[in-house]
Write a protein that binds this ligand. Structure first.
Ligand SMILES: [Mn+2]
Length: 357
């Protein structure tokens, strides 16, 4: 056997985590970035990677960043209670000695506020492929339910002892992605959950799962319920102006549970964007693909089979502009699904208002 084939065989046998750590070895600092408004999967992946790097390359600074806001109450509670120390991505200096790791998204997929920091490492489970030029290490597994599952795998491979707080974060990172409805997970996700559960802090987990909610949360639900329309097996809901963008996804999750529908789209106005979430309760919905077609030429979208998200930058915030855009989205979605737009009706009749008791 020649030296070449021998080293080739060794390379093939290497754990992904070994190749990742080898890629990071020459760098003196690591910055971890993710998509805008990071979710628990992104947050937990950053935290797990930091534990991995601190274990294997002690003393190397690992900076975890936030782009946009930590919006959903569960996510805020997680970041504050674990805690997960985050630096605004715009405040981080990236020099030649800095390795950038991108988790839970890929470069140039429209899920980041800026593409300035080109990563050396990309770790993601989304189907939406990015621009990977110059990326030294990539671990892209769209068959997995969560990036946190991949990071948990690295920690297992490297025999890293993790704290109950990190186990809790990773567990919730996976759970929030796969245990909801609809479910998109595989045996590796289940295996990671089983490994993490006995290691997790259950009180902390309960606190993250059931956070207190602001008044605006209920107001947005009221608005979305009052402005939900049913077209065959599709709910189209207008959430109005929202105070945090993740509630749009929560509403799509909420509406797809209706026993008469297979599709739900929730659309809301946040800052200068129209943001939308789609949920499908059938396998083979290709919701990511469908939503990309719906917003084509207007904005960006991506997602999985049963879940997708998208955003359209509004030219202005006039009610007529928003109304026209909403009609376009609805028209394109219903046309794509072969539904007659004239067949719509309100999901609910106006509810009677009683005197304050
Ligand atoms: Mn994810």
């Amino acid at each position: 056997m020649t030296a070449e084939t021998d080293s080739g065989a060794t390379l093939a046998r290497q754990y992904r985590s070994e190749r990742l750590l080898k890629t990071l070895a020459p760098f003196s600092k690591v910055v971890v970035v993710s998509h805008v408004n990071p979710d628990p999967d992104a947050l937990a992946s950053m935290l797990g990677l930091r534990a991995l790097i601190q274990h294997a390359q002690p003393g190397k600074p690992v900076i975890m960043t936030v782009d946009g806001m930590i919006a959903r109450a569960e996510n805020r509670t997680m970041a504050e209670s674990v805690p997960i120390p985050l630096v605004r991505v715009s405040e981080v200096t990236i020099d030649a000695g800095t390795a950038v790791i991108m988790v839970d998204t890929q470069p140039h997929t429209g899920r980041r506020a800026s593409e300035a920091a080109m990563p050396q490492v990309v770790i993601d489970h989304h189907e939406t492929g990015g621009v990977l030029t110059g990326v030294l290490f990539r671990d892209l597994r769209p068959n997995l339910g969560a990036t946190s599952t991949m990071v948990t795998g690295y920690l297992l491979e490297q025999n890293v002892t993790i704290s109950p707080r990190i186990a809790t974060a990773l567990l919730y990172g996976i759970e929030s992605e796969v245990a909801g409805y609809p479910r998109e997970a595989g045996p590796l996700d289940d295996g990671a959950l089983v490994w993490l559960y006995p290691r997790a802090d259950k009180d902390l987990l309960a606190k993250i799962r059931n956070p207190k909610l602001p008044q605006s949360h209920f107001a947005t639900f009221q608005h979305a319920l009052a402005n939900a329309f049913l077209y065959r097996d599709v709910v189209v809901s207008w959430c109005g102006e929202v105070t945090q963008p993740d509630i749009i996804a929560e509403l799509a999750d909420f509406f797809v549970r209706f026993d008469q529908v297979n599709w739900a789209i929730a659309i809301g106005h946040f800052e200068s964007m129209l943001k939308m979430s789609v949920r499908v309760s059938l396998l083979g919905g290709h919701s990511g693909e469908v939503l990309r077609e719906v917003v084509e030429g207007l904005g960006t979208a991506g997602g999985h089979d049963k879940r997708a998200g998208g955003a359209i930058l509004l030219p202005d915030a006039r009610p007529e502009t928003i109304d026209t855009m909403l009609k376009t989205i609805r028209h394109r979605l219903l046309t794509r699904l072969g539904i007659d737009e004239q067949q719509g009706r309100r999901l609910l009749e106006a509810s009677p208002v009683i005197q304050a008791p």
